[in-house]
Design a protein around this ligand. Sequence first.
Ligand code: XBP
Ligand code: MG
Length: 284
Amino acid sequence: MSIVRPHNALQNTTAATGADNDPPSAIDPLRAVIFDVDGTLADTERDGHRVAFNEAFKAAGLGYQWSVPQYGDLLTTTGGRRRIERYLQSKGHPLSEATVLAAELHRDKTRRFTALIRTGTMEARPGAVDLISELRAAGVATAVATTGTSDWVLPLLDILFGLDAFDVVVTGSDITDLKPDPAAYLEALARLSLPPANAVAVEDSANGVHAAVAAGLACVAVVNEYTRDQDLSGAVAVLDDMARPDGVSVLRGDPQLRDGLSVAALRRLVTASPRHSGGVTSDP
Ligand code: XBP
Ligand code: MG
C-alpha cells in the first residue's frame, strides 16, 4: 500500500522567509525531505521488531531468540523476511524450507509488531515531530522511504505523526529491491515530481545512506546504538539525534548542526551539496 497526497509545497516556488540568517530567495532549493523510518523517525529495532521476531520464533516452536547485540549484526540484511531467511539458512535449513518458513514467520512477526505499535509504546525520536511540523509550515514537502512493510509502517506513522504529516509514503511493500538499492528513494522522488538536487534524505544506517546517495540525494545520518559504528561516509553530516533542547552531537559535518536539524540547516545542506545546480527543475 502507498500514499500519495498532493501538497502545496510541490507547487510553491517561494522560499519560506524568516528562517534564521537565510535571506529569502525567489526559489527555495529545499523542496522536500525524505525520511527513513526504522532507527530514524523512531527507535523501532531493539525493543520493537526484535521482540516481535522472537515472539514469532517462539510461537512457531522454534528455539531461536535474537539477542540485542546479535540483532545488530542481523540488521545488515534489510527486510525482515530476508533477514529471517538468511538466518535460517545459516542454521542449516535448506533454501526451499527457509524461504517458506521465513514468509510464514514474517507474516506472524508483522501481525505482532503491528499489535505492539497499537499499544502506543513506540516513540518518535527526539526532534522528529517538531522538525516535520516546521518543514510543513515552511511549505517543504515531507516524505517517507522505508524498506519496512506497509501493514505496520502506516499505523506507526499515523500514531506518531498523523498520516497527513506526509505527502508521500513509500514502503518496502511498494518496491522489489530493498535498501541499499535506491528504489525506495527513486520512487519517493518520482511521486514528489522532484529531482534529487532539491531534496535531502534523513537516514540512520549504512544501507540507508547508500540507498539515498545512490538515488542522487544529499543525506544526513542520525545514528543510534546499532548504526553509530557503521560506515556512514556517504552522508554529508552525522548527528546523534535530529534535535534536543541542549543541542546534539555533530559526529561529522558542519559544527553549526549542533543546534539540530531545522529548515534552515537542511536548506544549507541541500545548497552546499555538489548535486545542487542552483535552480529547481520539475523533472525528476
Ligand atoms: C529497516 C528494515 C526492516 C525492519 C523490519 O531498514 O530493514 O526490515 O528491520 O521491518 P531501513 P520488516 O530502516 O533501512 O528501511 O519486517 O517489515 O521488513
Ligand atoms: Mg533505518
